[in-house]
Design a protein around this ligand. Structure first.
Ligand SMILES: Cc1cc2nc3c(=O)[nH]c(=O)nc-3n(C[C@H](O)[C@H](O)[C@H](O)COP(=O)(O)OP(=O)(O)OC[C@H]3O[C@@H](n4cnc5c(N)ncnc54)[C@H](O)[C@@H]3O)c2cc1C
Length: 484
């Protein structure tokens, strides 16, 4: 066996420095050569090392071959071997939502929990063009002033309450973070963010196309900036960045169709979490899959056998499945064969965290002021509820005015406390992972509330397959209870 390290990503400044020091002038520093060499593996019997050498020496030929293989023959996966990293600075939190919904990418973002906000915000071009710039800035500045007032008041309250904890540097930082995490509920979605993004070329091309099709100028501008940065480095693997007719018209067509159905919606949403669909009898389904894949039974035999399991037998079965598992062992794939779909109503702050769970399927509706807003409990405790409510009232009033001219872009002024509906589908393996992080003692209370309600519903339909589903910090206790 021979294994070679054929590449790894470097900071672009390191690449520039290396080029400068060596006086490098050749045009072969591109991840395209890796894609080109790997694309040839299936049909060229030579060692990969040789294919890579040839690809590096003849970049033009590599580019032609990439175009033929990726776009001509449709082997788009070849473009996944090329990887890029970007610093994205100064995008609004509203636009960040559109970028971070992409699944095949990695993001790390400045946290509004751990960093004090500095009042940086985007004034969207659409707001300027519609003549609302002045009032928009006034409102966002007012929200930001309130952020600082709330932060100081919450900090005081929490420092007093956790006086022992703040005696250490780390403890003080944690408690200070709790103050920030609640104060941020009043800042708008125009607030600037910064994040690092790592993405392969195939996924990037898809992202560029979708962002170009966005209703937000910010996203279209980002698409162009990202493209400008990669187009000369990798012209052969990122090509089709213009939205298709289907991209441009699909949503509109469906909205029009739905409108023509003339069904008057009387929906009244009362639950923040509602389990709307799931694999029938998930405990039995997962057991059936396990027995037929590992137990040497056919699918029909496994189904028949599991159908005869009573509660005692099911419990015994899952104790066997979970035996010896620690909180560091990921759940096995057979848990992916059952899933659950929820209708959720979540705050923008909650969604900012939820959207990062890339394995889940999520579909969001626009923010909707009729769903109310999420008020952090600590703000009530320190007696600033009415100040908070008044700010929401002022925000909602301006939002309604803006909405009549800019139905979509008006959402920029809504705050982290404002809410939207969300459809969320997860398989049980992802549910375990999600709960392990979001029910943990370090999880933020808002998303933790949602996770708790979801788990409550899941336990009713799948008491045994969810028996070890809990936050990381609770794992040992739970394990002791079940196994000792
Ligand atoms: C307490 C807490 C604080 C946080 N603070 C911050 C913060 O300050 N800033 C910030 O940006 N984020 C923060 N996050 C978000 C966190 O970094 C994750 O993005 C988020 O929790 C999603 O989890 P995940 O990436 O493990 O899993 P998911 O996206 O839910 O994926 C599930 C699993 O699939 C696998 N997987 C999915 N995609 C990939 C991939 N591309 N490569 C390899 N494996 C993959 C992994 O095993 C992963 O665990 C925080 C999360 C928590 C719980």
């Amino acid at each position: 066996m021979k294994v070679l390290l054929s590449g790894y990503n470097l900071d672009s400044s390191t690449i520039d420095e290396l080029k400068q020091r060596s006086g490098w002038t050749k045009d072969n520093i591109t991840p395209e050569t890796l894609s080109a060499a790997y694309a040839r593996i299936s049909r060229d019997p030579r060692d990969i090392e040789e294919l890579r050498k040839e690809a590096r020496e003849e970049v033009d030929k590599s580019r032609k071959s990439n175009e033929t293989i990726i776009f001509g023959l449709g082997h788009a996966s070849v473009a996944e071997h090329a990887y890029f990293n970007f610093d994205i600075i100064g995008l609004s939190r509203f636009a960040v939502e559109q970028v971070q919904k992409f699944r095949m990418a990695s993001f790390t973002e400045k946290s509004q929990r751990y960093i004090t906000l500095e009042d940086d915000f985007v004034v969207p071009d659409e707001i300027k063009e519609a003549g609302f710039e002045k009032r928009f800035i006034e409102l966002v500045k007012f929200q930001n002033e309130n952020y600082h007032i709330l932060y100081k008041a919450l900090q005081q309250y929490l420092f007093d309450k956790h006086s022992e904890m703040i005696s250490t540097k780390n403890g003080k930082r944690t408690v200070d973070g709790w103050a920030k995490e609640d104060a941020r509920y009043v800042v708008s979605m125009a607030t600037e963010s910064q994040f690092g993004m790592s993405i392969n070329a195939r996924s990037l091309e898809n992202m560029l196309r979708q962002l170009r099709n966005s209703d937000l100028f910010e996203c279209r501008e980002l698409s162009q900036k990202l493209y400008d940065l990669v187009k000369d480095i990798s012209p052969s693997i990122i090509k089709y960045i213009e939205p298709t007719e289907y991209d441009k018209t699909n949503n509109l067509r469906i909205k029009e169709y739905a409108g023509n159905l003339k069904i008057k919606s009387t929906k009244k949403i009362t639950n923040e979490v509602e389990l709307i669909d799931y694999t029938p009898e998930p405990d039995k389904k997962i057991a059936e899959i396990i027995l037929s894949s590992l137990g040497g039974l056919s699918s029909a035999e496994a189904k028949e056998s599991v159908n005869g399991f009573d509660d005692v037998k099911l419990q015994e079965f899952y104790r066997t499945v979970f035996d010896k598992r620690t909180q560091h062992d990921p759940l096995k794939r057979y848990f992916e064969f059952a899933d659950a779909t929820f209708d959720l109503v979540v705050s923008s702050s909650n969604y900012a965290q939820l959207k990062r769970h890339r394995v889940a399927s999520m579909l969001t509706s626009d923010y909707d002021v009729s769903l109310g807003f999420t008020l952090p409990e600590n703000i009530k405790i320190i007696g600033m509820e009415s100040k908070f409510n008044e700010l929401m009232r002022i925000t909602d009033k301006f939002y309604s005015e803006l909405k009549s001219s800019l139905p979509y872009h008006a959402q920029y002024v809504l705050t982290n406390a404002h809410r939207r509906q969300l459809k969320l589908k997860m398989n049980f393996r992802e549910i375990y992972h999600f709960m392990s992080l979001r029910l943990d003692e370090h999880a933020q209370w808002d998303i933790k509330n949602t996770a708790e309600k979801m788990l409550k519903d899941l336990v009713k339909i799948a008491p045994y397959s969810t028996m070890m589903c809990c936050g990381k910090s609770e794992f040992l206790n739970k394990s002791k209870k079940i196994f000792e």
